[in-house]
Design a protein around this ligand. Sequence first.
Ligand code: SF4
Length: 360
Amino acid sequence: MKHQEEYRDPAISKELIKMINEISKKPVRLMEVCGTHTMSIFRHGIRSVLPENITLLSGPGCPVCVTSQRDIDAFIELSKYPDTIIATFGDLMRVPGSISSLRQEHAKGRDIRMVYSPSDAVKLAYDNPDKKIIFPGVGFETTIPTIAISILMAAQKNIDNFFVYSAHKLVPPALEALTADNDTAIDGFILPGHVSIIIGTDAYRPFFEKHRVPCAVTGFEPVDILKGILRLIEMIEQDEPSLENEYKRAVTADGNKKALDIIDEVFQVVDTGWRGLGTIKNSGLEIKEKYKRYNARAEFDIQVPEYEVKKGCICGEILTGNKIPPDCALYKKVCTPVEPVGPCMVSTEGTCAAYFRFYK
Ligand code: SF4
């Protein structure tokens, strides 16, 4: 209880803001790679209390935003197969593909249903034995264990009409890709709290040792985020990079072994395509041969037409920190949360949606 009071204490936030403003001299670009951080930073007005020399960038932290257009198109193609039901999280329904979206396909009469968890999709399969239920698997290390569990559940109950299309993404290889991109120039990373609960801080060690970029794992309260920013600024000003855990009440060095074992039981690491970042080596997961009967790619011969990049949408450049939403000609004019043109405006965790809601 005492901890809760501390990390929500406005007096501590005020002190941290003062310290950041006192010590920060160099121009720095810090990037968060977590949609929940993006929202929290905006909601609490953290950008407005930092000195002008600190730029906060929102990187590839929103699951539906980083899902490649080709995978979105594949979900849409899958919805056209006879006797299938697409069981998906709500925000994925609104993400525009090349020429349609799951929401538009639903309006045309395709059977697409919103679920709140992958286990709901397994239940749907159990209740509809004459249908094939397809769950589009998107998300980072935080959600992957629940999807692995859904496959294990289906195996345990001998359900053979449940399928997952795995488009999952892993965070550490994305940091590698962002750092290797010379245009991006990130001075420090605010590392995601939820993902780190699963993978632990040691999962970032190889990346950190190779690039020596200041890194701080943080939580989501204003004090957590400000502490992380303060540590990053101290590291940058003193030229002493390190990998630090500022979210010790939830994150350990090793992560959640049980969750990691479940992921490892079901999935294997593969290269995968990210919106804005292209194909990143060892940054995705595919279902292992042992559970191939649950793999939508193996079950369906998915023919995805050549996709076009949405004209005018710069989500890719926003996800790499090279641009911000007001740089987009469509922002607020054509693209809004009600009528989103790109995925960064769809999800509540998307950078464009956050700017739309909070940026004046
Ligand atoms: Fe894409 Fe809309 Fe964001 Fe522009 S404002 S980058 S069109 S999502």
